[in-house]
Write a protein that binds this ligand. Structure first.
Ligand SMILES: Nc1ncnc2c1ncn2[C@@H]1O[C@H](COP(=O)(O)OP(=O)(O)OP(=O)(O)O)[C@@H](O)[C@H]1O
Ligand SMILES: [Mg+2]
Length: 508
């Protein structure tokens, strides 16, 4: 049995916990007691409880209401019920609602001990299952959040740790990095997952309406308020409210938000009746809120209140390793039964990794969707990518260097070789002109040509490929078959060949 299993006993009779303690004797349980559902929920919120033993005969239907709430909000807690008036119906109902066991009192010390031991084993099993599932998710992401860059892995760990608490979370990061998605994942991983997730974009609602939108209003509160309307905070009761673009909150709204965050209470517009809510608050911003607070543009007290846990989403260009994973993930979403899409050619993937992604993951998702629709083959090729991604990559020489693998020295040599070949071919093999263009003297150029095994590309060879109007061999395979080794796989070689005719031209 697990040592130090925490056990919460819920019974209106204050003598009950002592009675069970005497029966259990062993120090294997840390006992907690609650006399009502409210007290039980408070303990569950503040303490990690493994097992809950509840009197089914609490007034009204309270015991079953508690059981339902525990199943929903604290699914890791295993519930047992006990009753002095055991009926088959009661037992069936308890088990149907998710109780693990149903005992009839008086219960012998032996039966109580056995029931709790079985429940503790069940708890351990559930915990192990959750751990394995988490480990699996952490390899490639968390829920629908994909990533394996070390900063993302750290973030996933933090999300997992804080998801099931009520601490406020502030998610920061540039647009399109996944802030809204992260907020939804936190909600889904929390015990509030079956309660509402209410999203409010503070910047999108006009200032005159935002208070009524968030806190609701009573009839006649302002011109046009023909009936009372509950606000978003009320709608989110029991669940999570996500305040997106919190940095756009006006000073007046900031004061109101501070109060609701501190006291979990507010008054609807036009009313002096205070309402209480049980909510988890997640905020997001793409502004540097700390700097805003320092500059006096955002209340510091509110900043510290919402920033209890800070999650920083890095821009996509700072996690290049995640690009292949995300691109494949988005591609899978668009490949249907009619259309098998195998993935990306090496050159296409290199181009995706070379692009700076100002629109971050959102932009990548859109690009992959476009490619999936327009791609002609079963694989996304370099030529399937939008112009804004391929054009800055410039000449084939630079593209080749970008897709080169190996050490920095090897990559630099490769780039140098390709640039020399390109210059030679531009000048029809004329070494003097090529040297002039490259800003080196002819001897240096000869030496480098020998070192890289570049054979002279004579004027006579310009016509080698009569089908194309492009200048002679700019494509690395044509210029020097031996040097094609820089392309890492036959896939890349094929794609180089295919794309060169489309992309190389006199202006490139
Ligand atoms: N790590 C990720 N894994 C999978 N999908 C992601 C990831 N990050 C972002 N996305 C997807 O990218 C798109 C943009 O993400 P999201 O809307 O969460 O960004 P945001 O940071 O909230 O942007 P904004 O600041 O513009 O509101 C969404 O379609 C989202 O599902
Ligand atoms: Mg967003």
């Amino acid at each position: 049995m697990m040592s130090n299993t925490s056990l919460l006993i819920v019974d209106a009779d204050p003598r009950r916990p002592e009675e069970f303690r005497t029966q259990l004797k062993s120090g294997a349980y840390v006992l907690h007691a609650a006399k009502s559902v409210r007290e039980a929920l408070a303990t569950l919120s503040s303490t990690h409880i493994n097992l809950l033993l509840c009197n089914a005969d609490l007034p009204g239907n309270e015991a079953f209401e508690l059981l339902e709430q525990v199943r929903r909000r604290f699914p890791q807690t295993v519930v047992l019920m006990f009753t002095a008036f055991g009926t088959i119906d009661g037992a069936v109902e308890a088990i149907r609602l998710g109780a693990y066991d149903y005992l009839t009192t008086p219960v012998s010390a032996e039966d109580l001990r056995l029931a709790l031991e079985r429940a503790a084993a069940q708890h351990a099993l559930l915990a192990e299952h959750r751990k394995l599932k988490r480990e699996l998710e952490l390899r490639f992401g968390l829920e629908s959040l994909v990533g394996h860059d070390y900063r993302m892995l750290k973030l996933f760990e933090l999300i997992e740790t804080v998801a099931d608490s009520t601490v406020s979370v502030l998610i920061q990061g540039p647009s399109g990095t996944g802030k809204s998605l992260t907020a939804r994942v936190i909600h889904r991983l929390s015990s509030r997952r079956d309660r509402p997730f209410v999203e409010v974009s503070v910047a999108a609602i006009p200032e005159a309406l935002i208070e009524s939108e968030l806190f609701g209003h009573v009839r006649g509160a302002f011109t046009g308020a023909l009936s009372s309307k509950p606000g978003k905070f009320r709608a989110a009761d029991g669940g999570t409210i996500f305040l997106d673009e919190i940095g756009a909150a006006s000073p007046a709204l900031q004061v109101k938000l501070l109060r609701v965050l501190q006291e979990r209470q507010f008054e609807p517009v036009g009313s002096n009746r205070t309402e209480r809510v049980d909510i988890r608050v997640i905020c997001a911003t793409n502004a540097d809120l700390e700097a805003e607070a320092r500059a006096g543009r955002f209340r510091e007290d509110l900043f510290y209140r919402i920033n209890v846990i800070a999650l920083e989403l890095p821009p996509l260009c700072e996690r290049l390793g995640d690009i292949p994973l995300l691109a494949e993930f988005f591609l899978r979403q668009h490949a249907g039964p009619r259309r098998a899409l195998e993935g990306f050619s090496i050159e296409a993937m290199s181009a995706l990794q070379a692009y700076p992604w100002p629109g971050n993951v959102r932009e990548l998702a859109n690009v992959v969707e476009r490619c999936a629709i327009l791609a002609r083959g079963s694989r996304i090729e370099f030529s399937d990518l939008p112009a804004r991604i391929v054009e800055p990559l410039g000449s084939p020489a630079l593209r080749g260097a970008r897709s080169a693998r190996g050490t920095l020295r090897e990559a630099l040599n490769e780039a140098e070789r390709l640039i020399i070949e390109a210059a030679l071919s531009t000048h029809g093999g004329n070494r003097q002109s090529a040297a002039r263009q490259l800003g080196v003297d002819r001897t240096t150029l000869y030496k480098k040509m020998r070192r890289f095994g570049i054979r002279a590309v004579g004027r006579g060879r310009r016509r080698r490929n009569p089908q194309t109007s492009a200048p002679p061999p700019r494509n690395i395979q044509e210029a020097s078959p031996a040097s094609a080794s820089s392309a890492t796989t036959s896939g890349a070689t094929t794609s180089n060949t295919r794309t060169s005719s489309a992309l190389t031209g006199p202006t490139r």
